[in-house]
Write a protein that binds this ligand. Structure first.
Ligand code: CDP
Ligand code: CDP
Length: 225
């Protein structure tokens, strides 16, 4: 059966990664978390003591580091210069800096090229902010996942399970990051014109996965055309 590409975009904590992983598994497709790529560059720059605002140094870091993604049963594994950083890139320090680094056009260009190459053979479920609008404008299925800021913060809060994290503070951080992502000049977070909007505030994970799978299957069988 012919394979399609699926683009999943939306703000932080909307459920993109989890939904994309389940959908990819059900369809036997490759799951690509593009946020992890921006996080990996951010992590490396911070490791080197580079400030996220030091654009030239960040670009040089991005160009010189080796970034590898591997598909694994438990989800995408991210390696930087041979080190598995899959967990490390989820830190609060990275959360705070990533949207500053994601504004840099040279960084975006570098990653978008990689993302397009991965998706060229089709059979990819890719999640991010600009997938439907910019990276894969021809993706057969485009979904924009969203949920209220409070619900997104609560979902994050539950999964973080870290002492000293305050729900109100988490919601504030998420909203700040969304704002930066929505208002940047280069490929901001935006719902593509032809994307289907799914507000998941009142949907559980299973319902969202089923709704996305239904759209994908109807495209694959041609019923959705
Ligand atoms: O998991 P969460 O939704 O919190 O974030 P993420 O998907 O890991 O993305 C982290 C950050 O990377 C976002 O806040 C954006 O600043 C940036 N990003 C982007 O600019 N473009 C993408 N395609 C994916 C992520
Ligand atoms: O990738 P993104 O930042 O959009 O969100 P995520 O990391 O996939 O989802 C954040 C959390 O919300 C995960 O723990 C999901 O299991 C959970 N979730 C949920 O409770 N209900 C949904 N409808 C979707 C996700």
């Amino acid at each position: 059966m012919e394979k399609i590409n699926v683009a999943l975009d939306g703000p932080a904590g909307a459920g993109k990664s989890t939904v994309a992983r389940h959908v990819a598994k059900a369809m036997d497709y490759i799951y690509v978390d593009t946020g992890a790529m921006y996080r990996a560059i951010t992590w490396k720059a911070l490791q080197l003591g580079i400030r996220p605002e030091d654009t030239e140094a960040v670009i040089e870091t991005a160009r010189n580091m080796k970034l590898e993604l591997f598909a694994h049963e438990s989800g995408q594994q991210v390696y930087v210069d041979g080190e598995n950083v899959t967990e490390l890139i989820r830190s609060q320090e990275v959360n705070r800096a990533v949207s500053i680094i994601a504004q840099i056009p040279e960084v975006r260009q570098l990653l978008v090229e990689k993302q397009k190459k991965i998706a060229a053979a089709k059979g990819v479920v890719m999640d991010g902010r600009d997938i439907g609008s910019s990276v894969l404008p021809d993706a057969e299925v485009k979904i924009f996942l969203t949920a209220s800021p409070r619900i997104r913060a609560e979902r994050r809060f539950k999964e973080m399970n870290q002492p000293g994290i305050d729900l109100d503070e988490l919601e504030k951080q998420i909203c700040q990051r969304d704002e930066m992502d929505r208002n940047r000049v280069h490929s901001p977070l935006v719902q593509a014109e032809d994307a289907v909007l799914l507000d998941t505030s009142d949907m559980d994970l299973n319902e969202v996965v089923e709704a996305v799978l239904k759209l994908c299957r109807s495209k694959v069988t041609g019923e959705g055309n």
